[in-house]
Design a protein around this ligand. Structure first.
Ligand code: 6PG
Length: 472
């Protein structure tokens, strides 16, 4: 295959890069991959499906010279400096019109900078969010491309072929200008953090609160996954409870230290939401809860100091599990609503033109936050693509109304017994504030004007007012 011209090139043959490239090859595209590590390029060829055209090389020049024009090259390397290093190495080898794609979890401001930089050189740069983990990359991920709309049609057939399919449609779409692809993926990850936090709280309440065994937990999540909570994250949670430990007779989940790691995309979502002035408190709480979990040694001291003993939740098991299912459903809707409200605002504020009906369509399959709820959201956004918040959709309102009493019951039991349910509480507090036509913020405005002459608006007439407040 020495003179073969390849359709697509991949830089970085770690498991994600390799699997995505093999997925493309399986769909009939001749592909070539580069990695400095000889073993990785050899492993790529070894893993190829017989009959497909896959080549692994060890120099960038070798790869670039064998690609069809305009070249389509994706990099799947760690975010940050490595992306800039690859671009620097790649630039002298490219020609006008070539398309460079960053498929990693880069910060969107880096992507914007790179889009501008490559544009000056006559090249297209696309930030593309890819979700689904290593398995998804091989069998069908959810793909979130953004950037130059002129470049997109060149890569569209390949991306549509490899993406996950739901009801015959590919889970990929051009999701906006500039760094929109990476922005959407960042918010996807924020929602991912939030839902994972909520599921972990439900686990705690059933495990420590009700005393359910791993087998019983497996059954509960299995039932939930067969109902309206059906989702990828509930699906894997169900299986986690059955996994044996290969080092002790215990189940693996019980041997895992309760300190959560993170690579930062959830934090970026919270940070950017603050900058935009859009509240996403369940995502904020999920980030904070992972951070708090890392203070293990301090938590051990505090547990001794406050004599923390797991208390039993004194409600009939079946009753509480039903309430918890509804609470999780309620709070999960709030997570998506917060993330999507953020995208709605970012779309105009950051001039990205993000099509929300397409975002939720693309999230229906392949990605970590795929769930049957996305179908409901898709309908809501098709009816009103400019919906500022899912909570304003009448059918979503009906769903939330039907679950909210159970949401309150669960939080009441959790707080009475002392289980930390920061995510669930943040979801309910957001709901209660968002649906209030009157908030106590008038008092905050009075206080600001009192001590800082910051002025306030009145309920009965337009304008800005300041008062010399009386002291007693
Ligand atoms: C995905 C995931 C993935 C992310 C991991 C790890 O959509 O496939 O979001 O992109 O990197 O979930 O994230 P943390 O290490 O920050 O939990």
């Amino acid at each position: 295959m020495e003179n073969q011209l390849f359709d697509f090139g991949m830089i970085g043959l770690g498991v994600m890069g390799r699997n995505l490239l093999l997925n493309m090859a399986d769909h009939g595209f001749p592909v070539i991959g580069f990695d400095k590590d000889n073993q990785k390029s050899a492993a790529l060829e070894a893993a190829a499906t017989p009959g497909t055209t896959v080549k692994g090389v060890n120099t960038l020049a070798e790869m670039v010279s064998q690609l069809k024009a305009p070249r389509k090259i994706m990099m799947l390397v760690p975010a940050g400096k490595p992306v800039d290093e690859v671009i620097a190495e790649l630039l002298p080898l490219l020609s006008q019109g070539d398309i460079v794609i960053d498929g990693g979890n880069s910060h969107y401001t880096d992507t914007l900078r790179r889009v501008t930089y490559l544009k000056e050189k006559g090249l297209h740069f696309m930030g593309v969010g890819i979700s689904g983990g290593e398995h998804g990359a091989r069998t069908g991920p959810s793909i979130m491309p953004g950037g130059d709309p002129q470049a997109y049609p060149q890569v569209q057939p390949i991306l549509e072929a490899v993406a996950a399919k739901v009801n015959g449609s590919s889970c990929v779409a051009h999701l906006g200008k500039g760094a929109a692809g990476h922005y959407v993926k960042m918010v996807h990850n924020g929602i991912e953090y939030a839902i994972m936090q909520l599921i972990s709280e439900s686990y705690d309440l059933m495990h420590r609160g009700l005393g359910l065994s791993n087998d019983e937990l497996h059954k509960v999540y299995r039932n939930w996954n067969e109902g309206e909570l059906q989702s990828f994250l509930i699906d894997i949670t169900r299986d986690i409870f059955l996994q044996p430990d290969d080092k002790t007779p215990a189940r693996l989940v019980d041997m895992i230290l309760d300190k959560a790691g993170s690579k930062g995309t959830g934090k970026w979502t919270s940070q950017d939401a603050m900058d935009l002035g859009v509240p996403v408190p369940v995502i904020d709480m999920a980030v904070a809860s992972r951070d708090l979990s890392s203070f293990k040694e301090e938590r051990i001291q505090a547990a001794a100091l406050y004599k923390t003993v797991p208390a039993a939740i004194e409600v009939a098991r079946e009753v509480f599990i039903q309430q918890l299912q509804d609470a999780l459903y309620f709070a999960t809707i709030i997570c998506y609503a917060q993330g999507l409200a953020m995208l709605h605002r970012a779309s105009s504020e950051l001039d990205m033109e993000i099509p929300l009906p397409e975002v939720v369509r693309v999230w229906r399959g392949g990605c970590i936050i795929r769930s049957s709820l996305l179908e409901t959201f898709h309908k809501a956004y098709l009816e009103n693509p400019q919906l500022p918040n899912l909570l304003l959709d009448p059918s979503i309102a009906q769903l939330l109304q039907s679950k909210r009493q159970h949401m309150r019951n669960v939080i009441m039991h959790a707080t009475q017994t002392g289980y930390p349910v920061a995510g669930l509480m943040a979801a309910l507090a957001y709901f209660d504030a968002y649906r209030s036509d009157r908030l106590p913020t008038n008092l905050i405005q009075a206080q600001r004007d009192f001590f800082g002459a910051h002025t306030y608006q009145r309920t009965d007439m337009p304008g800005s007012f300041h008062t010399v407040w009386q002291t007693t």
